[in-house]
Design a protein around this ligand. Structure first.
Ligand code: SF4
Ligand code: FES
Length: 373
């Protein structure tokens, strides 16, 4: 790298891997960390302070379920004191009375609440948690009453793609300012469950039309963000906005990563916060510099006019499907193995027609480590 990198703007803090839900598409790694591996309060506060010094403007507090951290109010207050915008990403299940109000009091700026389905039965089945839908409705009411702006997050796959119109109605009824229709990204647990989660092409096309029409109809009422499904795309997304470009994430034990699935790239090793400063890790760690910018690119990315639009797509998807993290993301139609995506869709459709058993998914649980398909 000739020029030093620009400072990051965003940080995703995975405060814990503990979670009351077991969603089969979770972006956490298959090998989940137990509570005794989590950073303590002071370490998170030091890390947040260094992030603010480095230029980070927004921190997304996530997990697992971040509200399982008893010190969450303290962590929010620490960020707020540094003027950092805080977004809490929660499953909204089992949050004790008074805590949402305490988060708002501590300076929380925004709450993002996931629904596994627009219908109670879907939410309960996908998250494998009885009563979860009603608890989420209650969380959203409490968030609005505490004056917090609300985003509803709807991770979409084969088992709830037909509920997209109901997700839109649900988000409106809850007074959400934003709805994120996020087609599942096949990394982490979603890669393990890919055959069960992959939607049919006709359903993806219908969904796109419904979202487009709703966006137009609801202009000025509610924003709808649409994370398109990579496997059905022509061009890839700029994953994380480009590798180590303007955001990074930190795992519960303080490992600093460019993205969720970075640890699936075996040639890279990642540093934990502590021995070296965040600034040093961001600026000169070999893993962060491995795919930064465009110098690392092979053809067809190297001379492509979109190379600074999508930054070659997702390195982890290239690793998972092409077996080479420096390859063009196979989601791109210019990739020599782009046709493999269509084959994987077909394979998933065939596998998904197998009659479902009692437990159709590999649910996300600590201790269940399964090799990706
Ligand atoms: Fe993006 Fe590379 Fe495809 Fe060009 S060839 S569109 S840079 S992934
Ligand atoms: Fe790692 Fe996309 S998840 S680059």
């Amino acid at each position: 790298m000739s020029e030093p990198p620009l400072p990051p703007i965003g940080m995703l803090a995975e405060l814990t891997h503990r979670c009351p839900l077991q969603c089969p598409y979770c972006s956490n790694p298959l090998e989940l960390l137990k509570a005794n591996r989590e950073l303590d309060t002071q370490s998170w506060l030091d890390l947040f302070s260094q992030a603010a010094d480095l230029g980070v403007l927004q921190v997304h507090l996530s997990g697992g379920e971040p509200t399982l951290r008893r010190d969450l109010e303290q962590l929010i207050a620490g960020l707020s004191a540094r003027g950092v915008y805080t977004n809490l990403i929660t499953a909204g299940v089992g949050i004790a009375d008074g805590r949402i109000e305490a988060f708002a009091e501590a300076g929380l700026d925004h709450l993002q609440l996931s629904f596994q389905g627009a219908r109670p039965a879907t939410t309960e089945r996908i998250g494998n948690h009885r009563g979860s839908h009603e608890k989420k409705l209650e969380t959203s009411r409490r968030a609005r009453a505490a004056g917090l702006p609300l985003t509803i997050n709807a991770p979409i796959h084969r088992h709830n793609i037909e509920e997209v119109p109901e997700f839109i109605d649900l988000a409106l009824s809850l007074g959400a300012e934003r709805l994120e229709i996020a087609n599942v990204q096949y990394a982490g647990w979603a890669l393990t469950n890919r055959d069960q989660l992959m939607p049919e092409r006709a359903a993806v096309d219908r969904q796109a039309e419904i979202v487009e029409a709703a966006r137009e109809r609801l202009t000025g009422v509610m924003n709808i963000d649409f994370v398109t499904p990579d496997y059905f795309a022509i061009y890839p997304k700029p994953c994380m906005g480009g590798w180590a470009r303007d955001a990074f994430m930190v795992t519960p034990d303080g490992t600093v990563l460019p993205c969720h699935a970075a640890q699936t790239i075996p040639s890279l090793s990642f540093e934990r916060f502590g021995p070296r400063s965040l600034a040093a890790i961001w600026t000169d760690s070999p893993a962060f510099n491995a795919f930064r910018g465009t110098d690392w690119m092979q053809e067809p990315c190297r001379n492509c006019e979109r190379r600074e639009i999508d930054w070659g797509g997702c390195r982890c998807q290239a690793m998972a499907i092409a077996g080479d993290a420096a390859a063009t993301d196979p989601a791109c139609e210019k990739s020599p193995i782009h046709a493999r995506m269509a084959m994987l869709i077909d394979e998933a459709q065939r596998a998904a027609t197998v009659p479902s058993k009692d437990e159709p998914f590999v649910y996300r649980r600590i201790g269940v480590v399964t090799e990706p398909a």
